[in-house]
Write a protein that binds this ligand. Structure first.
Ligand code: HGY
Ligand code: MN
Ligand code: MN
Length: 411
């Protein structure tokens, strides 16, 4: 059967629609569960052997005839969860394209000499528990299982509770070096989150590098009081301090060319119009090719916040939630991909991906598909049908090349 990636994406376009537009597909939600079921259905229909590993990662295996065991496997895939209000392509495009690439390989009559796995990584966005690429960080040991079990969502529910309710065993999460050792390469196809391809007028690019990025939680404690009865000189207003955090971040980031700094989440407690807040929670997302620059920006913003807090009689705590250094994709694999796709330019990305986390253990590469708006993490995210088809063909060609490479562990 040929599962045109466009058709596959259309099938899920009604799942997890966000009331404000776009999608809301957080990890372990009903929407994400439906998407996982969609994936299992389509993988099974293709005769792929589907398993869920201890970290909730789905693996759909094509154990082609002539291959025994799963060593030397080539893997491809992405994620199905979304940010709140995200587009339909960030994540699902890579999964749908991987399934469609299996159809293309079969239509081409390819007989792999290595197993192929299509993988789906949970909680890539970190939208529910705050840590990005949670599944790939768990399997690579980049995050401690006990920390993950204690992570809480905005309802205060822990990963342990939520994952148990979803039928998983939080006590079994953790590094899986054996499974990673079976992989000879991981290729992730993703919608481009930027206008590089649109400006170059090309449908597909190879990934060059992922710039360093981290997330920090800034907690500012003040003193709740009455908005009308409290004189200005008697206030300890954490919102005033948090506003300085936002201002300082923008000002400091603009001092470092090509740095990116965002406050996308700003929570005032208790949140009454006529109430001076007791506390404010602000989350920073800071990115730059230079890890030291990211850390210098965060240090300067922390210092500005602390100074404002002292002046206002408030207290501040800043906690690092996740950090990923700049990742240059495996050069030998990228050169191989460039031989297969000589027309494809090489683009760096400011967006994080599971491929960037897996890169510590497995040679990884990425393919980006043109997004004419360049926008992402918004319903404005786009990918044209022809470009999606071009992405599938490109992915299939890269996989074909890798799957036909002899592997000592295979007969
Ligand atoms: O936030 C990111 O860079 C990615 O979309 N998770
Ligand atoms: Mn994303
Ligand atoms: Mn993504």
């Amino acid at each position: 059967m040929t599962g045109d990636a466009n058709v596959l994406l259309e099938e899920i376009s009604g799942i997890g629609v966000h009331p404000a537009g776009g999608y809301a597909r957080p990890a372990f939600s009903a929407a994400e569960r439906q998407l996982r079921e969609w994936f299992v259905t389509h993988a099974t229909r293709r005769g792929l052997d589907v398993e869920t590993d201890r970290n909730g990662i789905l693996w759909a295996w094509w154990d082609a005839e002539g291959t025994t065991g799963r060593s030397g496997a080539v893997a491809t895939g992405s994620h199905l969860d979304s940010v709140p209000g995200g587009g339909n392509f960030d994540g699902p495009l890579g999964v749908a394209s991987a399934l469609a690439a299996v159809d293309v390989l079969r239509a081409r009559g390819v007989t792999p000499r290595r197993p192929l796995a299509v993988a789906v990584f949970p909680e890539e966005e970190g939208s529910r528990f705050g840590v990005a690429c949670l599944g790939s960080r768990l399997i690579t040991g980049a995050v401690a299982p006990e920390r993950v079990r204690a992570l809480r969502d905005t309802d205060g529910r822990s990963y342990a509770e939520v994952s148990t309710e979803a039928g998983f065993d939080p006590e079994s999460i953790g590094p899986d070096p054996q499974r990673l050792a079976t992989l000879s390469a991981f290729i992730e196809l993703h919608v481009e989150q930027g206008r590089g391809l649109a400006d170059l007028d090309r449908p597909v690019a190879l990934g060059g590098a992922i710039i360093a990025h981290g997330r920090w939680h800034v907690r500012i404690e003040g003193r709740a009081d009455h908005a009308g009865a409290t004189l200005m000189e008697d206030r300890q207003d954490p919102v005033v301090v948090a506003s300085e955090t936002v201002r300082a971040l923008r000002a400091r980031v603009l001092e470092s060319p090509d740095a990116r700094g965002t406050v996308g989440r700003f929570e005032v407690t208790p949140g009454g119009t006529n109430v001076i807040a007791s506390s404010v929670d602000v989350w920073l997302d800071v990115r730059h090719r230079g890890e030291d620059i990211v850390r210098a920006i965060v240090a300067d913003v922390t210092a500005a916040t602390e100074a404002a807090a002292q002046a206002e009689g408030c207290t501040v705590s800043v906690t690092e939630h996740s950090f990923s250094p700049t990742v240059e994709f495996d050069r030998a694999l990228r050169d191989t991909m460039a031989e297969v796709l000589p027309e494809a330019p090489v683009l760096d990305t400011g967006a994080g991906h599971d491929a960037g986390v897996l890169a510590t253990h497995v040679p990884t590469g990425m393919l980006f598909v043109r997004n004419h708006t360049g926008a992402s993490h918004t319903p404005e995210e786009t990918a044209e049908a022809d470009d999606i088809d071009a992405g599938v063909e490109a992915l299939a060609s890269v996989l074909e090349h890798l799957l036909l490479q002899p592997d000592a562990s295979q007969p």
